[in-house]
Design a protein around this ligand. Structure first.
Ligand SMILES: [Zn+2]
Length: 105
């Protein structure tokens, strides 16, 4: 079975748009096979990336680390929401704000 449908069936909440955090937490012991496949699909992420982040990448067809457009560090991941537009550093946030303001002028 495709990894995405496995994730949908075993980890998403019944309305399909959120991860069931308890099931996700126990995935490694409950379903080591799926756990391993998720790790294999997301080898591009740093070792410390959380399982939530890995699942987000798999479900959204992300196959490379999303980078900050201003400093090229890895963009920060927000639980259940996905990646921020930047790495999360204050100065990159400022860059982004200036850029947005310019676009609105
Ligand atoms: Zn940055």
């Amino acid at each position: 079975m495709e990894i995405k449908s496995q994730i949908e069936q075993s980890l998403l909440t019944s309305n399909k748009n959120k991860l069931n955090s308890r099931k996700t937490e126990y995935l490694e012991s409950m379903n080591p096979e799926l756990f391993e496949s998720i790790l294999r699909e997301t080898l591009f992420l740093p070792k410390e990336a959380t399982l939530h982040e890995r699942i987000y990448c798999v479900m959204n067809n992300i196959d490379d680390i999303p980078l900050c457009p201003f400093c090229s560090d890895k963009r920060s991941y927000v639980l259940y929401r996905g990646y921020r537009a930047t790495c999360g550093k204050a100065r990159c946030g400022l860059h982004l704000r200036y850029q947005k303001e310019e676009q609105h002028e």
